[in-house]
Ligand binder design. Sequence first.
Ligand code: COA
Length: 333
Amino acid sequence: TAWLLLNGQLPAEEELAAWTAEIGRHAELHENIKKLVEGFRHDAHPMGVFLSVVGALSTLFPDAKRVLDAESRRTQIARLIAQVPAVAACAYRHSVGRPYVAPDPELSYAGNFLSMLYRGIEREYRPDPVLERALDVLFILHADHEQNCSTSAMRGIGSSQADPFAALAGAAAALYGPLHGGANEAVMHMFLEIGDPDIAEQWMHDAIAQKRLVMGFGHRVYKSGDSRVPTMRRCLEDLAAWKDDDTWIRMSDGLQKVMIGEKGIHPNLDFPAGPAYYMMGFDIEMFTPLFVMSRITGWTAHYLEQNADNRLIRPLSAYHGTDQREVLPIGER
Ligand code: COA
């Protein structure tokens, strides 16, 4: 998927092998980065850590400044795709007081991430195939989503010829907010607050009566339903069967039945993604870093596209203030 987004077509066998090997070569984190992560408080939100550390990566790769050099741009992008999972895993393990785990090039991209998150003292960590597959689906579904808030941030920053690490830190910051990527966290908090699937419908009736903004619903682009939701929903069902627990499926059904029925507002991708991450065993604070990780490929493809024919992005704004004002001396205002 990463290759497709960056090159516009699927790779041939040799291209895929070379690309996979390149990502594997760049996966190890520099000691300075591990020390930087250790400098954060143990209870720091992983997204705050992540933003700082991704920005700091560019200091280790001074050649990243050569943004007009196509070869250099692609090297930085391979580094980002390889290193971001290690940064996210390192930030998570720091928050739970566990030491860094080196990447395992034998594993798939998703499998390696799970290993960096959860590996203990075992000689060999082999991820559960259901978990590995679900994470892969999540990564693919989230990989690109046109000109949304974070992608526009990536392109806007990239258009100033900032290096891709700096641009990606900005895009990740845009994704942090609850109206964008942070919605998956907010969805899960909402599910836990409701607690019992049997009261989900009544909860939604009350929320609508109180005109509350309900997380995981609505979309600026998909007014009649988010096209990614059915695939994500199947993934959620697989996870529920794997865990033998349909609590969150029943909760989802109750909530969306009322919201669609009463308001005609459909769930977006964050609605099934929140409980899916939860069933996979991820801490809620890790949901947004997971979203960031899935988005690197799309963001960097947009960065390349922007740089292929770049002009500084400078949106026009319409002024609605007063025409002329008299400036009084400060003591007279
Ligand atoms: N809960 C309750 N009402 C909602 C809603 C939601 N999640 N999403 C939209 N609406 C309401 C709006 O308030 C608006 O009502 P109004 O006509 O009385 O003012 C109406 O539906 C139409 O809104 P729309 O123009 O379609 O939404 P938007 O483009 O302004 O906002 C979002 C889009 C994504 C910002 C908004 O739906 C939202 O905040 N959703 C929750 C956060 C979320 O899940 N974000 C992840 C997006 S992928």
